[in-house]
Design a binder for this molecule. Structure first.
Ligand code: OAD
Length: 247
């Protein structure tokens, strides 16, 4: 693949922000949301599974579905795209640069691959929280025994993800805004860029003068706004790109 000026841009950037979405984990076997063939929202209705109202109406069904997805995430391994991003962070930090990975993914695969500065915009499916006390717990890696599950304090447990209609964690939003304010290179990888506020981050980065890059298997709503769009699988493109930086 031809990367044009990108490798030298990446090497000279001092403050890099990478935004990832479900496409980055697709090659780890985790289903995306909106793809016409394999997307989760093709087979499941988010209104009955991914909203606070759905949890209030039918907590057993909602938690059973999230436990199924949690087990899938726990069983998955990072793919070469995750590994390349971790290596890229390490190389950037080693030469005194700044690297922030904003992810909409709840699977924790970036951390499993070794990424350090990860901001979980949509929370995590690996952590759950008690709806009575707010306490976070990490359920063991086996299927849960009761649905809905309960905490030791007797409150219902819910996945620590952001549902439609809920606020993003304030600390994650603040960390994202702060990183975007100073970034000189912004990469959007494996996201359809339709869910806000993440979908707007490209415009913020552009307004701040950052060079913008997209890596996606398909064309998206931001393709025409970016400086360079690389079309293909992130698990193939990212390792190739990072290899060029090291040469
Ligand atoms: P989507 O499913 O909306 O988009 C995934 C994107 O990844 C699409 O543009 C695909 O073309 C692309 N893609 C698929 N496989 C790829 C690969 N191997 N390499 C590169 N790109 C690939 O997922 P998100 O944009 O992450 O939120 O969705 C955003 C949010 O919507 C999710 O965090 C979730 C969902 O509803 C909540 O649940 C709150």
């Amino acid at each position: 693949m031809q990367f044009g000026p990108l490798p030298s841009r990446l090497s000279s950037s001092r403050s890099i922000v990478v935004l990832t979405g479900a496409g980055v984990s697709a090659e780890s076997g985790i289903r995306t949301f909106r793809d016409s063939m394999e997307g989760l929202w093709k087979d499941f209705d988010p209104a009955t599974l991914a909203t606070p109202e759905a949890f209030d109406n039918d907590p057993a069904t909602v938690t059973r579905w999230y436990d199924w997805r949690r087990l899938g995430c726990l069983a998955a391994e990072p793919n070469p795209g995750h590994t390349a991003l971790a290596a890229f962070e390490q190389a950037t930090v080693a030469k005194g640069g700044r690297f922030t990975l904003l992810t909409q993914n709840v699977d924790r695969l970036h951390q499993k691959a070794g990424s350090q500065n990860v901001v979980e915009l949509h929370g995590s499916i690996i952590a759950w929280r008690c709806t009575k006390t707010g306490e976070e717990v990490t359920p063991p890696p086996q299927p849960m025994k009761e649905f809905p599950p309960r905490s030791a304090r007797g409150g219902l447990l819910r996945p620590n993800v952001v549902w439609f209609g809920e606020m993003l964690p304030p600390a994650a939003l603040a960390a994202a805004d702060e990183a975007l304010d100073t970034c000189d290179l912004f990469m959007s990888i494996g996201t359809s860029s339709v869910v806000y506020p993440a979908a707007a981050y490209i415009q913020l980065a552009r307004a701040n003068g950052a060079y913008t890059v997209e890596v996606n298997r398909d064309e998206t709503s931001i393709t025409r706004f970016v400086d360079i769009s690389l079309r293909g699988n992130s698990g193939e493109i990212l390792p190739e790109l990072i290899k060029q930086l090291q040469e």
